[in-house]
Design a protein. Sequence first.
Length: 119
Amino acid sequence: MHVLYFVSLLLSGGRTARARFAIPININENSISGIRQGSDLAVLLERTKLLIWDEAPMAHNYCFEAMDRTCRDVLRSSNSRNLEQPFGGMLIVFGCDFQQILPVVLKGRRQDIISATIN
C-alpha cells in the first residue's frame, strides 16, 4: 500500500505539498498542479491509498481546490466516477492544530484570512 506523507521535516521521504504536486506559488481560484495523466507522479497517485497532509491549516484554500481538480482529472482514468468524488475518491487526512495556525494573506483583513482557510 502506498501512503504519501506531506510532513517535510518529520518523516523520511516527506515533502511539502507544493513541492510534491507542483502547486503554484502565486495561486488563484483557477490554479491546477503540474501533474499530468500518464506521468510517473500520476501513476503514484493511482496507487496511493492514503495521503497525509500535515500543517494543512497553513495552506491557502486554493491549494486544496487545485489538488482536488488535479486528483479528479488524474484518477478519472482508473474509474470515471472519480471525476465526481472529492479528490478523485482518494482518502486524505488533513493534520495539525486547526485552532493555532492560519494561512498568511498579505495585507489581508480578518475576513480575507478566514475565507482562505479550510472550511
